[in-house]
Structure formats: C-alpha cells, structure tokens
Design a protein around this ligand. Structure first.
Ligand SMILES: [Fe+2]
Length: 129
C-alpha cells in the first residue's frame, strides 16, 4: 500500500517516482520492487537542512548550504503543506543555486524536502510564520 507523496527509487535504472494517488499494488521498475526512500531529518548544521527567510508577508525563500557541483548536488526541492494539499517543486542542476522562492498560502504550515544525488531524501519540519 502506497501513501501520498512517498518517493520510490529504482536501484537499477535510478528512476524516481512520487505517489500522487494511493494504491495497493507493488511499485515495480526493471522487474524489481522499487525502494521506498526514507526521509532523513538533518539538524541545522547539516547541509541538507532547509533554511527559511521571509522576503515579505507571504513570500519565503528556502535555501541550503549544500554543494552544487557535478559530483554532489541537490536534484530537487519540495515545499509541501502539512495537509498535503499543496506542493511546490523545483528541479536543480549542478552549479545552480540551491534555493526555492515561493508564496506561502498554507497557513497550517509546511515542510521541506530535498533530494541529494548522494544522500537521498531529507526533510525539514518548519512552522508557518
Ligand atoms: Fe548531500
């Protein structure tokens, strides 16, 4: 049984998928079960921790002090409202800035995930401000 917004990775071809509708079936790629990516919760000193800056009343900047080179970089950032109704995702390439600017209309709060090409999935819990 899958859960909304879970991420699965194929350890053979590196496909990554996100669940947008829950179901009871197995998630298969390259004839093998895909791996459910576990969310790690980094502390503030960790490069995968999401820092948040308020730009104005509703605009926020999410950024990471993380390398962004060819060997090690954040592939995407997601901001997800706590009720899972809203999601904003930004895909990144090496040498780009590891940041996402968005307008926060999720008064109930949100959390941030990122996927690093080496350290996989990370989650930072936040509070709506
Ligand atoms: Fe990393």
């Amino acid at each position: 049984m899958t859960k909304l917004l879970e991420l699965y990775k194929c350890n053979i071809c590196n496909n990554i998928i996100e669940i947008t509708h829950e179901g009871i079936g197995e998630i298969i790629c390259c004839n093998k079960n895909m791996e459910l990516l576990e969310e790690k919760t980094p502390n503030q000193e960790d490069a995968h921790f999401a820092h948040i800056e308020n730009i104005d009343e509703i605009t926020k900047k999410i950024y990471f002090n993380h390398p962004m080179n060819d060997e090690h970089y954040i592939e995407f950032i997601e901001v997800i409202s706590l009720d899972n109704k809203y999601i904003k995702r930004k895909h990144l390439k090496p040498n780009e800035t590891a940041q996402l600017i968005f307008k926060c209309e999720c008064k109930e709060g949100f959390y941030v995930r990122n996927y690093c090409n080496i350290h996989n999935l990370n989650k930072t819990n936040t509070e709506a401000k």
